[in-house]
Write a protein that binds this ligand. Sequence first.
Ligand code: RIB
Length: 307
Amino acid sequence: MLLVLGSINADLVLEVETLPGPGETVLCPGWRLAHGGKGANQAAAAAKLGARVRFFGRIGSDPWGPLLRRGLEEAGVEVDGLASSPRPTGTAVIAVDRAGENLILVASGANLDVSLDQLGGAELGPGTTLLCQNEIPLPVTLAALERARAAGARTILNLAPAAALPAGALDPVDLLLVNEHEAAALLGAACEPEAAAAALAGPQRTCVLTLGRAGALAIGPDGAWRVPALTVRPVDTTGAGDTFAGALAAFLDLGLSLPEALARASVAAGLACERLGAREGQPDRAAVEARLAELGPPVPITAARGS
Ligand code: RIB
């Protein structure tokens, strides 16, 4: 079983010609409401791919809360761990330009009240996976990862958005998932992808580094692989990283090997870019398997270890 502890947001999506720069005003005809939040997006992606998923988060007592709860339920996620907060439901304003690139602002709201005790009754233990991101208070995330590691569960941290971490924070993490920007924030400097992933991996920790159109790579105690990205015409890249994270966690939890899960996560993330919104393009397992051959098998990396 996959347990996801994290954020859930109402996304206000605006389609614009170009993304605004500092001090700039950009007009567009309207906006639409979509289901979002990195935690909830990842939970939904994993459930759509066939994993059994429980989500732990918080919503406000405004009309958006129940709407977002229903969205998760419809994706097949168990929501008994979704609690309420006196703060407003988390809200993101997302501008998407003609090339599918985005700019995101998040008002955290109820996500700030997610607490460790919510995980209290969860079945953490061998055979379960805990997946976290960085849109709820960091101390709660780190304590949850420690609790999961102590219970023998697999632990995955998608450190998005980027953050510097206290010393030792990654010790209970089995798999760290970051993009290049997040890796640079952690390492204090941008560096070549294989060197970055090798630096963030550890004796018991795999680092998976996503590289956008260049695919992804994984380096860790089980080996090192690179996978390409699926060739797609992107409509909206919002949430592609969340689909990657949810898919990777789902396939590992379902018992696939790291390279098998990596390739499928890359396909799922590519497919997610073909529709507007963080969740609308999330594929089911059949859609992923149907496009898998386009990627070819993951390529082992031989030169990166220990750099
Ligand atoms: O990763 C995309 C997500 O980031 C959006 O759904 C938004 O809610 C923010 O959390």
